[in-house]
Design a protein around this ligand. Structure first.
Ligand SMILES: [Zn+2]
Length: 453
């Protein structure tokens, strides 16, 4: 009798395990089936060379960036357009993991649980990106063979209008793996984290404005060398006497290093985290790289250097651009997005794309003060002539990257223009001076944005 009882219990355990397993499978089937079907080894959806055999990707004007013709995936006829958009569109081999052909493969194939990959309304989906191919080409040409990234987005709607990463390649004629330039498959805008240098002073400024009540009454003096906790923080030249707005416009390392040390590591960390710079962010499901800010082991001098965007600081360009949008937009901004809409080939919408809002990245009253100071930077330092007709606020950065490499050139900011609510980021790796090199690219691309839209 005991034997039978034991066996009955065993049977019951096996039956329960079976039911649990079946339940888990059903759950995972419903939630993951589209991903499974989009797996590149699925020969129903991919050619032998690994090309996704359904789905068309368009830019926001309706220019077809890639489609399937006679069983082959083809790309835009012009090679420069292909090179300028390849990191957004993706490549046939799927080397660019964040490219739409890979990242949005499930949405391009139109896979669903009822009919699978087959659709009575036509094969695949038309996925329209928020990007404008012409702006991408403008940015790509402005980069002029240098390495880096350019991003522009609408901080009200989230639409990324321009997203270029260089070096690039032609997806029609991809380089052999052995000849591929270093970092060619990396979308620097979404997937890199880099030393920010002085664009990071915007974060230090927000912390100082909120925690040092007398900040605006202070007068600072820079002799070119400022000692912070026994460490000498240097400026390219003596900046002399100035208030906080001028120290920001002059990008005085001494002032911002001393402010960061005075605020302390915990306060600085709190503001960097609030700014969203140490978090990954989802851009239609593509996760950006997280930046880095860690002063837990730092002495006063190192906290000083961290406050001017050096030490071990890194930021992701897309997250930094979003933070710029929040400064312009009262403390929050639309989360960047790449998908404008998805329809069947006959134009019936199959998904609902909506604008999402970030958390509060900066307190509203602080955001408006930083915004005014960033506009003052252009008036006082960068020159309004270079940005004719643009109501622009910006911060440049010239980030030391170590060794004998030239510094990274950054230019980040926004347009304070209800008709053109754009935030932007430009990075030229080893490019030299931020305001001159990256600022010029920003001016060219923003002018094109405003002229076009
Ligand atoms: Zn200085």
């Amino acid at each position: 009798m005991r034997k039978i009882e034991k066996r009955a219990v065993l049977c019951l355990i096996i039956a329960l395990a079976l039911i649990a397993g079946l339940g888990l499978f059903c759950f995972r089937f419903v939630t993951n089936a589209a991903d499974w079907a989009a797996y590149p080894y699925n020969r129903h959806m991919y050619s032998n060379s690994g090309q996704l055999l359904s789905g068309t990707i368009l830019d926001r004007d309706g220019d077809v960036l890639t489609e399937v013709k006679d069983g082959e995936r083809v790309y835009y006829p012009d090679a420069t357009v292909r090179r300028a958009t390849v990191h957004a569109v993706g490549d046939g081999s799927g080397y660019i993991g964040t490219g739409a052909l890979t990242a949005f493969a499930d949405r391009l194939s139109g896979y669903n649980l009822i009919t699978g990959g087959y659709s009575p309304l036509g094969s695949g989906r038309n996925l329209t990106l928020t990007l404008d191919a012409y702006l991408n080409v403008t940015a790509y040409n402005a980069m002029d063979g240098r390495q880096g990234t350019v991003g522009v987005y609408n901080y009200k709607t989230g639409d990324i209008l321009c997203m270029v990463s260089t070096p690039s390649f032609d997806p029609e004629n991809p380089p052999a793996a052995s000849e591929a330039q270093d970092g060619i498959y990396l979308n620097r805008f979404l997937s890199s984290a880099q030393v920010p240098g002085s664009i990071f002073k915007t974060v230090t400024l927000t912390a100082a404005l909120e925690n040092l009540p007398d900040l605006k009454d202070r007068t600072f003096t820079c002799t070119g060398e400022t000692t912070v906790g026994g460490t000498v923080i240097t400026c390219p030249k003596p900046h002399g006497k100035m208030d906080i707005a001028s120290a920001f416009a002059n990008s005085c390392n001494g002032v911002f290093g001393a402010l960061a040390a005075e605020l302390g590591g915990d306060t600085m960390t709190k503001y960097v985290e609030q700014a969203g710079l140490t978090r990954r962010m989802s851009v239609d499901g593509i996760m950006t790289a997280a930046g880095h800010y860690d002063v837990s082991e730092a002495d006063k001098g190192q906290i000083g250097w961290s406050g001017v965007g050096q030490y071990t600081d890194t930021v992701n360009p897309c997250n930094m651009m979003t933070y710029m949008g929040a400064i312009a937009n009262g403390g929050t901004a639309a989360v960047p997005r790449l998908i404008l809409d998805i329809t069947t080939p006959s134009g019936i919408p199959t998904s609902w794309q909506r604008t999402e809002e970030t958390d509060t990245l900066v307190q509203a009253s602080t955001a408006s003060q930083v915004k005014e100071m960033m506009k003052n930077n252009v008036a006082q330092t960068y020159g309004t002539d270079r940005f004719r007709g643009l109501d622009i606020g910006a911060k440049s950065g010239t980030a030391e990257v170590g060794g004998d490499k030239r510094p990274n050139a950054w230019f980040a900011g926004f347009l304070d223009d209800p008709e053109h609510p754009y935030a932007f980021i430009v990075l030229v790796e080893n490019g030299g001076g931020g305001a001159s090199v990256a600022g010029e690219i920003a001016a060219t691309v923003l002018q094109a944005c405003v002229d076009k839209f």
